[in-house]
Design a protein around this ligand. Structure first.
Ligand SMILES: *[C@@H]1O[C@H](CO)[C@@H](O)[C@H](O)[C@H]1NC(C)=O
Ligand SMILES: *[C@@H]1O[C@H](CO)[C@@H](O)[C@H](O)[C@H]1NC(C)=O
Ligand SMILES: *[C@@H]1O[C@H](CO)[C@@H](O)[C@H](O)[C@H]1NC(C)=O
Ligand SMILES: *[C@@H]1O[C@H](CO)[C@@H](O)[C@H](O)[C@H]1NC(C)=O
Ligand SMILES: *[C@@H]1O[C@H](CO)[C@@H](O)[C@H](O)[C@H]1NC(C)=O
Length: 391
């Protein structure tokens, strides 16, 4: 009994000394690192990944990112240990951050100032959901400047897409550069119930649009298409929104969608600029509402859409397109064939799904040690961002 007590007190004394020693050692180490780094550096939490938004956090695309961890926590991302800062001063210096991000549209400005200091382990990220067609980057040479790209282009390091394609089992299969769709002839024909639904349609073409003047001059194409359809076939292009005379208010999105599904054969998914892979959520509107998309953009649409599910206005003259629209409306069975894909694929917005959400993906990537450690540099950024075509 007595022996036992002695033994216990020995352990207690040993534990106390250890505790004091460890506490002092920790203090010493932290004061040392504070001296080594800077006062603010000690604000960094271990395991946290620090992101500095070099360009404004109030503009696209960073505005939806959320400061601190809020964007990752709010989206219930798998990884939330990423911290977004809008001001360099938060950690004291640009070199304190793991990642420094730049928004494409702001880099076209002549006055943009860039960080003066850069450490080799830091990742500089180019982020953009806007296209070089609309924001040509002609004034600076960013070859070999960024380590990662975070854009809608399908060859980005981190893909920031607008749309995602799933197969019938729910696996994400696209879009991607090398898509292998089920050939149209191998897909089952559309069922009778669906054909019946399509037969209820009474109107030719709809377009919901708010931006009336664009670089792609899509508005001119639409004016000509409209004339052609009206004069030769007595068909209409109904333009909804600020650029047309029809209205379907944004706050009644569901009603507008239902109207499209019920009444319209075609929908104009016209992009505002021609850039590779620049295909926006405009494509989802017809796909999710039983209309055939008429696309107009700079993409190779086979990366985004199965065969015979759409018409490409850019491949055709206005009169050829008008004629095709007319003939498909005349032939319900031929028109229905454009919907074979529905049994095999579904289309979604990337932001709506946790597994494809671009903000979650960013934090996930920062937790991939292998990728983070790997040296990477976008040598031919000018080629990637189509500088030669747009300037
Ligand atoms: C660029 O800087 C100059 C001088 O500092 C200023 O006059 C000009 O308004 C700035 N331009 C833009 C686009 O901010
Ligand atoms: C377009 O994309 C498809 C599907 O990935 C590919 O097979 C085809 O070669 C591409 N066409 C061009 C012109 O790049
Ligand atoms: C369609 O209309 C245009 C004038 O808008 C006319 O030149 C053309 O011949 C017409 N085509 C057909 C097939 O009627
Ligand atoms: C008919 O096809 C549509 C579209 O693919 C589908 O949503 C629907 O479930 C099908 N209905 C039947 C009865 O198979
Ligand atoms: C990032 O890119 C710069 C410039 O090309 C390069 O010097 C640096 O080593 C790269 N860092 C990483 C972590 O890839």
């Amino acid at each position: 009994m007595w022996k036992m007590r002695k033994f216990t007190s020995k352990i207690i004394i040993f534990a106390m000394f250890s505790f004091i020693f460890i506490t002092m050692f920790k203090k010493y180490m932290s004061s040392r690192s504070a001296v080594l780094k800077s006062k603010q550096f000690s604000a960094k939490k271990p395991g946290m990944k620090y992101i500095l938004l070099w360009t404004s956090h109030e503009n696209i695309p960073f505005v939806h990112m959320g400061l601190g961890q809020s964007g990752f926590i709010g989206r219930q991302c798998e990884y939330t240990n990423c911290y977004v800062s809008a001001y360099e001063s938060e950690l004291g210096s640009v070199t304190a951050y793991d990642v420094v991000m730049f928004a494409g549209p702001e880099l076209i400005d002549t006055n943009i100032s860039l960080p003066k200091e850069r450490l080799p382990y830091q990742k500089y990220v180019f982020g953009s959901i806007e296209s070089p067609g609309n924001y040509p980057m002609c004034l600076h040479n960013f070859n070999s400047y960024f380590n990662w790209t975070w854009t809608y282009k399908l060859d980005s390091d981190i893909h920031w897409g607008y749309i995602v394609v799933k197969d019938a089992k729910g696996n994400i299969i696209g879009p991607k550069k090398d898509m292998h769709w089920i050939p149209w002839k191998d897909m089952d024909p559309v069922n009778d119930t669906f054909k019946q639904h399509l037969r209820g349609k009474r109107k030719a073409v709809a377009w919901f649009v708010s931006n009336c003047r664009t670089r792609s001059r899509r508005e001119d194409y639409v004016i000509h298409l409209r004339e052609e359809l009206q004069e030769n076939y007595s068909l209409d292009v109904d333009v909804y929104g600020e650029c047309g005379s029809n209205t379907c208010p944004r706050d009644k999105q569901e009603e507008c969608d239902a109207m499209l599904s019920k009444d319209y054969y075609f929908y104009l998914s016209f992009e505002n600029a021609f850039s590779e892979d620049y295909v926006t959520e405009k494509l989802l509107i017809p796909l999710q509402n039983d209309a055939v998309p008429i696309v107009y953009g700079g993409a190779n649409y086979s990366r985004f859409l199965p065969d015979r599910s759409y018409l490409n206005a850019r491949d055709m003259g206005v009169s050829q397109l008008a004629e095709l629209i007319y003939s498909l409306i005349q032939e319900p069975s031929a028109y229905a064939e454009f919907f074979r894909w529905k049994k095999y694929y579904t289309y979604h917005r990337t932001t709506k799904l946790k597994e494809t959400n671009e903000y979650c993906k960013m934090c996930e990537t920062l937790n991939n040690d292998e990728l983070v450690k790997k040296h990477s540099s976008i040598f031919s950024f000018n080629e990637f961002w189509e500088v030669y075509e747009t300037c």
